[in-house]
Design a protein around this ligand. Structure first.
Ligand code: FES
Length: 101
């Protein structure tokens, strides 16, 4: 398999074996399957993976795009995901969701 250009991590709130963080509680819907569908539909060279708690719970739900190291917070709806993926298609971060340094 060829390595993807972008690797998107979506926080699934795992700490140990349990879902304890806030991201899963704050998000609306199953972002993993939605993002996976959108990647395919848009023809993006990307893959999506679930992650454990990314230690930014207060800014959640959180997702990260590598290798750019873009961290996005307050990603709560499919419309928010669309905005982030629209920007990714243009090789730029969706500024309104950026968090961290
Ligand atoms: S639960 Fe998502 S950053 Fe902690």
């Amino acid at each position: 398999m060829k390595k993807p250009k972008h690797h998107i991590f979506v926080c699934k709130s795992f700490r140990g074996e349990e879902v304890k963080g806030l991201c899963a509680k704050q998000s609306q819907g199953d972002f993993l399957s939605y993002i996976d569908y959108e990647i395919s539909d848009r023809g993006l060279d990307a893959m999506v993976t679930a992650s454990g708690c990314l230690k930014m719970c207060e800014k959640g739900p959180v997702m990260v795009v590598y290798p750019q190291n873009w961290w996005f917070g307050n990603v709560k709806t499919e419309e928010d995901i669309d905005e982030i993926l629209d920007a990714l298609e243009e090789e730029r971060p969706a500024e309104s969701f950026l968090i961290g340094d």
